[in-house]
Design a protein around this ligand. Sequence first.
Ligand SMILES: Cc1cc2nc3c(=O)[nH]c(=O)nc-3n(C[C@H](O)[C@H](O)[C@H](O)COP(=O)(O)OP(=O)(O)OC[C@H]3O[C@@H](n4cnc5c(N)ncnc54)[C@H](O)[C@@H]3O)c2cc1C
Length: 446
Amino acid sequence: MEDAKVKGEQKLPVIIGTGLSGMAISDWLTRARIAHIMIGGEPNHLPRLGESIDPAGTLILLRFYPEYERYYFRKKWISVLLGEYATSCNFGQNLNRIVGLKLLGFNSPPEFIHVDRVGFDNAFYEKVIASEYCQRMQALVADIEYDEASDSILALTLADGVVIRPSYVFDCTNHFRLLGRTLNIPLQTISAPQRVVYNHYHANGAAPLCDSVEMEWLHATNILRLYADLDGINGLAWLIPLGSYVSLGISIPMGDNNCSDADVMDLLITAYTRRGMAVGEHFPESKQVMSVPRQQYFFHDRAYGKNWLLAGPSYGQVWFPSASGVGAAMVAGYIAADIIDSPAEVGQLYQDYIVGLQESHTIFDRMILKHHSELTPELVKVESNRIVTENVKRVARLATIQSGKMGAAFGRVLLKAVSREGVASSGCVVYKTDMPDQTRTVFAEA
Ligand SMILES: Cc1cc2nc3c(=O)[nH]c(=O)nc-3n(C[C@H](O)[C@H](O)[C@H](O)COP(=O)(O)OP(=O)(O)OC[C@H]3O[C@@H](n4cnc5c(N)ncnc54)[C@H](O)[C@@H]3O)c2cc1C
């Protein structure tokens, strides 16, 4: 086997995967002036996942990536539609948030954001590969040489036989879980397998619909639980507005039906339209139906080793409405330079952040695994409050990673305080209404 050009030279950190996690890590290694190798392909222009951003992810993007503002769109609300129940949480600015975030070391944004990932990822990729510190290799990693005794990765073999001896390895392969699989890191699955179908729908007029005040759902992440008896299909769906287009998709329990991807998307558009979000009318031009035939939420037992990290969703991932994937990728980027020198200490900090996402998964399970006839307004209200609490905890955890001593200390205090059941409440309101009135009702206070 032939060794890569880098053989004989200084060993470098290697990033496997060029999605958002890989790019964020490369960017932060560049910021720290650390030469590194990034292995993977170029981003394409097809619809992608990961467009609704949680508060923690929003704070990171606005703080460290303001230059991509043109790809950011207002996320003022999250609405969740569950049969005859509908809940909306308003993320508008208020004094508590401004003061709380200040104490944590962050500026409070007027609203949270959705991100046009097609535009963002392509622009970010150009920036990352332009760095003199980034050596890009358009290849696939086919094999890994791992020394169990020292818990270290010794070599990576590419599909063409080239061998790289890394100083540190960042696994950014998402659900492929290249390191997790190869190193046999124990894995817990936390959901049934899902089939995911999604697409983008563009407006054909010149009018900027997403600036419309009347159509407040165009400033919200709109989560919809579809039920077979109401919608002809079971699943959990999203509608995310992104300027001149909307992202629409659904996660379906695998094997639940035999509908084609195109039929699934038609049922989805009908389901949103019945509830007052007329997607087809305003956004008639579809891009390309995409699908992930099998997707499952999971966690590995550990995120890091002596010279390796399972970054972003390679380590663990939770129900998509938690909107935590982009934030997790960004946190992996932020700690990338430090973890090379302090793998255990920084690795644990990172692992704690990601493990903190698990509670959100459980909360969504309690809301969406039940049939709509089993739901009550109390249950929806309590779980909505908990979702908001989990987001507060996520930001507090972020402060322990990213803010100075004062912000981190306040983060720890806040984390303890809001972890007590019943302490936190939220701006979420629950309504019981007929389906055609749901959208009008949940955004009535806009
Ligand atoms: C249904 C669904 C909805 C989601 N919605 C949201 C959301 O609203 N908000 C949010 O924040 N997150 C969301 N996410 C998560 C989000 O999409 C990801 O967490 C985020 O995009 C980060 O992806 P990544 O860069 O880690 O992985 P990817 O973008 O998947 O990149 C992984 C890369 O690794 C490469 N690769 C794999 N194997 C190898 C190999 N052997 N050698 C070299 N390269 C390899 C792949 O080709 C790919 O390019 C969602 C996820 C799902 C499943």
